[in-house]
Write a protein that binds this ligand. Sequence first.
Ligand SMILES: CNC(=O)c1c(C)[nH]c(/C=C2\C(=O)Nc3ccc(Cl)cc32)c1C
Length: 278
Amino acid sequence: MAATLDDYEVIATIGTGSYGTCKKIRRKKDGKIMVWKEMEYGSMSENEKQMLVSEVNLLRELRHQHIVRYHDRIIDRNKTIIYIIMEYCQGGDLASIIARHRKDGTHVPEDFAWKILIQTTLALKECHRRKNGKAVLHRDLKPANVFLDMDSNVKLGDFGLARVLHHETSFAQTYVGTPYYMSPELVNNMSYNEKSDIWALGCMLYELCALTPPFTASNQSELNRKIRIGDFPRLPPQYSMELDMMIRKLIQVEVAKRPSIGSVLADALIQSKMKILN
Ligand SMILES: CNC(=O)c1c(C)[nH]c(/C=C2\C(=O)Nc3ccc(Cl)cc32)c1C
C-alpha cells in the first residue's frame, strides 16, 4: 500500500537548500528515524516534472553502502510537493563539518580525509556504472551533498535532482551559491562528463582539508580564469605530500590527464589505505 504523510511524524527541520527542505521524520509503524526532502514542483514544466520522476526512479535503483538509501516517495498534488523519503545520516553533512573546523581553527585528521576520498569515489563508481545504459552523473558533488552515518561513513546524496531543479525555469528561483567546483570543461562550455565529477571530488577533498575551495574569486569571470589556469596553494603543512599529490591529480585541468574513477581506486596508495579502512 502506498505510503502517506500520515504514516510519518516530523521531528525537526535539519536542512534547507536550493533544492528544498530536509526534515528528520519518524515512521509511526516501527519508530524508524528517516528523513524526507520536500520539493515544490508546481512551477515546473511537464518536461521538468518528467525529468524529476525519472531522476527519482534512478535514485530508487541505486543501492550502495555509500549512497543514501532511498525508501519511498509521496506526492501531494494539492500542494504540488514531492516528499522523497531516505535514510537518516546521523553525522550530518561535510559542509557543516568544514564550517565547524573553520570556526574552531582546527583541521580534519588526514585519515578522515583519505576515508572520505575513498568512500566518495566508491559512491561515484556506482553512480557512473551504467544502469540500463544510463549513467547517473552526480553533477553537483559538494560538501553539502555528502553525508555521514553514525560511524562517519560516507553517504552520497542529492544527485541527479540537481540537474532537474537547476533547469532553466527553476534555475532563477532555486540556484544559490557560487559554482566553486565547476570544471575547466564546463567553464569552456563543453559537455559534463564522468571526469567532471572527479574534478569536483578533488575540489571537495581540498576544501575538506584547507577549509576553503581551491579556487575562489569575487566574481564568476575571475573564478573561471583561475579554474582554467588550475593553480592553487598546497594543502596546509600538517597534511602529507601524498595527500596533496593525490588531490592535484584529481584537480587536473586537462581532462585526458585527469584520472578515471577506476584508476583512482587502483592507485597503490589508495589500495593500501582501503586495506586499513576495511
Ligand atoms: C547540520 N546537518 C544536519 O544536522 C543533518 C543531519 C543530521 N542529516 C542531514 C541530512 C540528511 C540525512 O540525514 N539523510 C539524508 C538523505 C538525503 C539528503 Cl539529500 C540529506 C540527508 C543534515 C543536513
